[in-house]
Design a protein around this ligand. Structure first.
Ligand SMILES: [Zn+2]
Length: 254
């Protein structure tokens, strides 16, 4: 039976957020994929949009919910990093607060309606409007970290960062941290940036998301070809498999 796609909107803190739901023919994991937690990360948004559309052609086990643009207030205002209504970075507000400002409420609604109850979470990012970056994947130490690491490796980007919660933690309140705290394996995957929709960055995300489907057993591996690692730098997605560089800390240099 083919995979059926359904497009609808979810009411998240009063915002009608488009979501693509793919229901496979067999039982399997519930995978949630989000992009656009930051409003001007167009490469990752385009990647999740393209990837979710191609799910109908796959023989899928389990189900997928994909949100190409979560932070619609920032997207519509072309506001990098922060929700314009309250100046807060949505990806520092998880798991959210139903009584807070818009970013807190959007985080809470996203956590309770999309993240909780998932078997895995992928949050696709890129550099925001004035931001370039080297592709990397971030996951959190904790009870779900072995499964999160397997998702990070399956995504295939050149660097994988394991973040330890506690003092010195550079990035807190993210989707993937809140999911990890709830025992849900999760990664933040970053490729692309600078407000550009570059095909190479889109390809890295699409290949990464397909790799996640294979790692979760939701699709069969490609015949005659191992699921491989990705590339470092601006490398072509089709270059030879190469293991990622594993990093143990995330540090901001300003
Ligand atoms: Zn981001």
């Amino acid at each position: 039976m083919p995979t059926t796609l359904r497009r609808r909107t979810l009411d998240l803190a009063g915002i009608e957020v488009p979501v693509v739901e793919a229901a496979g023919s067999g039982d399997g994991p519930k995978l949630t994929v989000i992009a656009g937690v930051h409003g001007c990360e167009y490469a990752s948004m385009a990647a999740v949009r393209q990837w979710s559309a191609h799910l109908s052609g796959l023989d899928l086990r389990g189900s997928v919910r994909a949100v190409p643009v979560l932070n619609l207030p920032a997207f519509r205002a072309r506001s990098p990093f922060v929700v314009p209504e309250d100046g807060k970075n949505l990806n520092r507000c998880f798991p959210g607060n139903p009584d807070g400002t818009l970013a807190d409420r959007l985080a809470h609604a996203t956590f309770t309606q999309l993240i909780a109850g998932s078997d895995a979470l992928i949050d696709a990012h890129c550099g925001d409007l004035p931001e370039a970056l080297e592709p990397f994947t971030l996951y959190e130490a904790g009870p779900a970290e072995d499964r999160a690491l397997s998702l990070a490796l399956a995504y295939g980007l050149g660097y994988v960062i394991r973040q330890q919660p506690g003092p010195g933690q550079a990035v807190a309140g993210t989707t993937s941290e809140a999911a990890a705290a709830a025992g849900i394996p999760a990664i933040t995957a970053e490729a692309g940036g600078c407000g550009l929709i570059e095909q190479a960055a889109i390809d890295l995300h699409v290949r990464g998301l397909d790799g996640v489907l294979r790692a979760l057993g939701m699709i069969a591996p490609p015949a005659g070809r191992e699921a491989g690692y990705g590339t470092k730098g601006q490398g072509r997605p089709d270059s030879a498999p190469e293991p990622p560089t594993m990093l143990s800390r995330f540090i901001w240099l300003r």
